[in-house]
Design a protein around this ligand. Structure first.
Ligand SMILES: *Cc1c(COP(=O)(O)O)cnc(C)c1O
Length: 348
């Protein structure tokens, strides 16, 4: 190692699901929505000449659209470049204690990456045998709490009363609920932000709004919390939101009918796929997200993953303790799931 490398901040990065360049694959590995964004987004013109100008640092058009949609004041909304950006800023802003932050042992694998990057101590708390979060475990000294609801990659939801129980037990730290998948069937903690000044709810346009490629995420909390978050953002990069994202994100919010329709389709396909997987001998965790987490008692997940890939069907496999015999399967269109099930019937 060269001497200068002593001074390098060394991190083990998050590994995103692959984005293969090959055409004609069935891509069920990164929880994208199989349906395109709203037609309103397609019809919205982007003024290319405007690109010579910096965007609005406050992204007011988008912030106002999100605030209006959720019926909260503008100063309670923060936007970022995907919820990954919002979450990273939140870790930096709110998890600034010597005490460990808490999150589940099986959860979004970016949390420990950010904790390591920002040198935040953390403790991961085991989910129970059914892969559920145990609220009582979060009643211990800590420097902050974060969990997704529904959890990823399990897809399991936590009842709102239990979310409240965790917040009630943690009034002295910031509690972040990552609602990346909430639109597919869990109850949102957004109403609780009126009651708790230490609660931050984080959302994304990537899954339910079919806009992973545009990179929009947001957070809602009380004004003081959002102000702290904005102060960190403005100390890092004033212009996180580019002009096209601001305009197209606002257009997406306007088309609620399309939004609800695609969610309904994904949920119906999820329920049907679950039944078909169970009929093939899979154990499928009850999912409230746009993916299912499943394991087979006879065929190892790793083998199914590899065989599916040979057939151009890309799934997500995590070689990690407790979940190394599970596959995370994104819900695609009905046709895509039919092809996947046909492959499984043959393989199993
Ligand atoms: C997908 C996902 C995110 C990040 O999504 P963005 O595309 O960055 O908005 C955050 N949290 C969880 C749990 C996710 O699954």
């Amino acid at each position: 190692m060269s001497k200068w490398e002593d001074n390098v901040r060394k991190v083990v990065p998050y590994t995103p699901g692959e984005q293969p360049k090959i055409k004609n694959i069935i891509k069920l590995n990164t929880n994208e929505n199989p349906y395109p964004p709203s037609p309103l987004v397609r019809e919205t013109a982007i003024d290319m000449d405007d690109l010579k100008l910096y965007p609005d640092p406050a992204a007011d058009l988008l912030v106002s659209a999100i605030a209006g949609y959720h019926g909260v004041d503008k100063n309670r909304v923060f936007v970022g470049v995907g919820s990954d950006d919002v979450l990273a800023m939140s870790f930096l802003a709110f998890f600034n204690s010597d005490k460990p932050i808490l999150f589940p042992d099986v959860t979004y694998s970016f949390y420990d990456v950010w904790a390591n990057l920002f040198r935040i101590p953390f403790t991961d708390l085991p989910l129970d045998d059914d892969f559920c979060i145990v609220p009582e475990d979060y009643e211990r000294e800590n420097g902050g709490v974060i969990f997704p609801n529904p959890n990823a990659p399990t897809g399991r939801k936590l009842e709102l009363s239990k979310v409240r129980q965790i917040i009630e037990a943690n009034r002295d730290v910031v509690v972040i609920v990552d609602e990346a998948y909430v639109d597919f069937g869990a109850e949102s903690a957004l109403p609780l932000t009126d009651e708790y000044d230490n609660l931050l709810v984080v959302r994304t346009f990537s899954k339910s709004r079919s806009m992973a490629g545009i990179r929009i995420g947001y957070a809602i909390g009380q004004e003081k919390l959002i102000k702290y978050l904005s102060d960190v953002k403005y100390s890092f990069n004033s212009y996180t939101m580019n002009r096209p994202s601001i305009v197209l994100g606002a257009a997406s919010i306007k088309d609620d009918a399309y939004f609800k329709e695609t969610i309904e389709k994904v949920v119906a396909t999820r329920e049907r796929t679950t039944k078909e997987l169970e009929a093939l001998g899979f154990k499928v965790l009850p999912s409230k997200a746009n993916f299912v987490f499943a394991s087979h008692d006879k065929k190892p997940a790793k083998e199914i993953f590899a065989a599916a890939r040979e057939r151009g069907i890309i799934l997500r496999y995590f070689d990690k303790p407790r979940i190394d015999n599970f596959l995370r399967i994104t819900i695609g269109t009905d046709e895509q799931m039919d092809e996947f099930i046909a492959f499984l019937k043959e393989f199993i």
